[in-house]
Ligand binder design. Structure first.
Ligand code: 5GP
Length: 223
């Protein structure tokens, strides 16, 4: 078997249906968190965020608002002058929240949405930056941060069970505020929106059991 084939075989393919179903199953927890703002971490969070909104919709109530920030994770090579190359991961933000029109984080229940919690670097960065913004906004209004009544939560479709490179505050890492649709071993996940060939992608997802499945009574079987 070639190396390329081995890499291909090790990927876990996930279909759109499967993602939709995972988010549907997470609906009770999403409703329990009860966000008044969905903060999409683009690009991976784009499609999941829209699905999440569907399952939060209550009859005769407006949709939960979605806002997006754009973050990318890059290889960062440390200072060469130290003669030691420390290679790490650096988050670069190309788009952030616009506070210029009076919008702020005070008093809100904000659910960050991304597709996967891998090393946790991105989620850590996003939460830390939001916390800094909140501190500034509270100072500007003469409010103590503890009295701001702002709650951050996280939804990811997949959480990889692996040692993480960064932490999240205890206020998030609990059953209510940290919601992972599925825990998964440390594998490379192929998401459908990255595919150039959705027929092949979906076929692989079905073969691997990562689509929706119905039993003989047409009931959904959780995989
Ligand atoms: P982090 O390491 O900061 O938790 O994840 C950063 C980003 O890397 C994720 O938002 C995602 O875009 C990408 N990533 C990490 N693991 C995977 C994976 O298994 N599959 C795909 N498609 N992207 C991943």
């Amino acid at each position: 078997m070639t190396d390329a084939q081995q890499v291909e075989d090790s990927k876990v393919y996930i279909s759109y249906n499967h993602i939709h179903q995972i988010i549907q199953e997470s609906a009770p927890r999403l409703k329990k968190f009860n966000p008044d703002l969905l903060l999409c971490l683009a690009g991976g969070g784009l499609v999941p965020t829209r699905f999440v909104r569907t399952f939060l919709k209550e009859k005769d109530q407006p949709n939960v608002r979605i806002m997006s920030v754009a973050l990318s994770l890059y290889e960062a090579v440390g200072s060469v002058s130290t003669q030691q190359e420390s290679i790490g991961k650096e988050v670069v933000r190309s788009q952030w929240l616009d506070y210029s029109n009076g919008f702020d984080l005070i008093g809100k229940r904000i659910l960050l949405v991304d597709e996967v919690d891998d090393t946790r670097t991105t989620l850590h960065y996003a939460v830390s930056e939001l916390q800094k913004d909140l501190v500034k906004q509270c100072a500007a209004k003469g409010i103590k941060v503890e009295d701001a009544n702002t709650t951050f939560g996280i939804f990811v479709v997949h959480n990889k069970l692996k040692p993480k490179n960064a932490t999240l505050p205890d206020s998030i890492m609990n059953d209510t505020n940290y919601i992972a649709g599925r825990d998964i071993e440390d594998v490379w996940i192929a998401y459908p929106w990255e595919s150039n060939d959705i027929v092949y992608h979906t076929k692989r997802a079905i073969e691997q059991g990562n689509d929706i499945f119905l039993d003989e009574n047409n009931n959904y079987i959780k995989k």
